[in-house]
Ligand binder design. Structure first.
Ligand code: COA
Length: 374
């Protein structure tokens, strides 16, 4: 058995930023337009008027201030309210591959490796732009890695579940170096016309290189232990899929083809599940809360993270102990905790222990305990 380690991470950040002010202005223009189109039905009480969104609500309810997206023109156009992404030919790399490559190259550069050193690519994300061929295989070809690749989807927990799968393969010796990449094109499945959730998501890609610890060329994080858990729930759901056309209303623009959630229930049910999961994982590894130098949590909601941090550490986390990036990136699904890890781990000292945790639809929760070396 070999010991797996994270030797490099990379983050691809799209060029376009949408501020809360821009988002709310576009949403309110859309709502006004819809209300004007439906004045009669609204006056007759047959229809509720759409209500305005507000910047204050968004910051208070979520902590989110900005999000990055691959396209903002379509999202902010009241006649569209979805990203205007260029139609690509089958001969070109897809948008997920394009996002993934930059993140993978950064992870490889940090580890002092080339694509030729890699023999597994796992593309782990909430949505894949097609069923097959696997996005991971397209990424494998674009990067020039060896071996094999496959896609996996565990929604917001895809990155940690991917890290567990890759770490287990490195541990057993079936692969020597694996890239786990999370291209999250969340703007595609977010319902920008729904004020309850239009502010939630952003686009990003993250990549994590996992190798045998003895192959590490520089400072790295030993993967001490991983743990994954799932429990079925309909409270975060997306009904889009390849059987769409087989339904009588399958091609209609239906709300449930985009991200749907019962946010309040998610809050209530996921928080105890995650806090318990992290505490149990730490306990079984003999790690006390005082031993934990950093928590890199899933980046969905600031209040959620404050709650989990307090529960796990048994006190208010001090500044920097539990870094959030959601104010700048919004919820980027599985990539969120990896962005936090990538941006806020360099300062840890030899021997310091930290924990990466993601959670979300499924329900699913995954945690990775890491120890800094070098
Ligand atoms: N602007 C202004 N007001 C809004 C609004 C908006 N954009 N969206 C909702 N409101 C209103 C609601 O209509 C409601 O009004 P009411 O009290 O008159 O009915 C009020 O604000 C509170 O709405 P609610 O949905 O209960 O807010 P919340 O405090 O639960 O926050 C979320 C909403 C989505 C931010 C929060 O529930 C959340 O983050 N949940 C977990 C999300 C999560 O982790 N999901 C995982 C995804 S992978």
């Amino acid at each position: 058995m070999y010991t797996p380690a994270i030797t490099g991470t990379g983050v691809f950040t799209p060029q376009n930023i949408i501020t809360n002010a821009e988002l709310v202005a576009a949403f309110n223009a859309f709502a006004d337009q819809k209300n004007a189109e439906n004045t009669k039905a609204i006056a007759a009480g047959e229809m509720e008027p759409m209500q305005h969104s507000s910047e204050e609500f968004i910051v208070k309810a979520s902590g989110i201030q900005n999000r990055y997206v691959m396209d903002k023109t379509g999202v902010l156009d009241p006649d569209m309210m979805y990203p205007a992404l260029r139609q690509r030919s089958d001969e070109e790399p897809g948008i997920m591959t394009e996002m993934a490559i930059d993140a993978c190259q950064k992870a490889l550069a940090q580890a002092g490796r080339t694509a030729q050193d890699v023999d597994l690519v796992i593309c782990a994300a909430s949505n894949h732009e097609r069923a097959y061929p696997a996005i991971a295989i397209e990424i494998q070809q674009a990067l020039g890695t060896k071996g094999f690749g496959f896609d996996m989807n565990v929604a917001c927990s895809s990155a940690t579940f991917g890290i567990q799968a890759a770490a287990d393969m490195v541990r057993s010796g079936s692969v020597r170096a694996a890239l786990v990449v999370n291209p999250e094109i969340c703007s595609g499945h977010l319902e920008w016309r729904d004020r309850d959730c239009h502010f939630i998501f952003g686009d990003v890609a993250t990549a994590t290189l996992i190798e045998r610890i003895e192959d590490a060329q520089g400072p790295h994080f030993e993967i001490v232990s991983t743990r994954c858990a799932t429990e079925f729930s309909n409270n975060i759901r997306n009904n889009n899929g390849f059987l769409r056309r087989s339904r009588p209303d399958g091609l209609v623009d239906r709300r449930d083809m985009q991200f749907m959630q019962n946010g309040r229930k998610v809050f209530k049910e996921v928080l105890p599940m995650v806090s318990r999961h992290i505490s149990d994982h730490m306990e079984s590894e003999g790690i006390e809360s005082g031993d934990l130098k950093r928590l890199w949590l899933h980046q969905a909601n600031k209040t959620m993270n404050d709650f989990i941090g307090k529960k796990v550490l048994g006190r208010e986390p001090v500044a920097g102990e539990q870094p959030n990036i959601l104010q700048d990136y919004a919820n980027t699904s599985s990539a969120g905790s990896i962005i936090a890890f990538s941006k806020y781990s360099d300062d840890l000292q030899d021997g310091d222990v930290g924990l990466i945790c993601s959670f979300g639809a499924g329900y699913s929760v995954g945690s990775v305990i890491v120890k800094r070396h070098g």
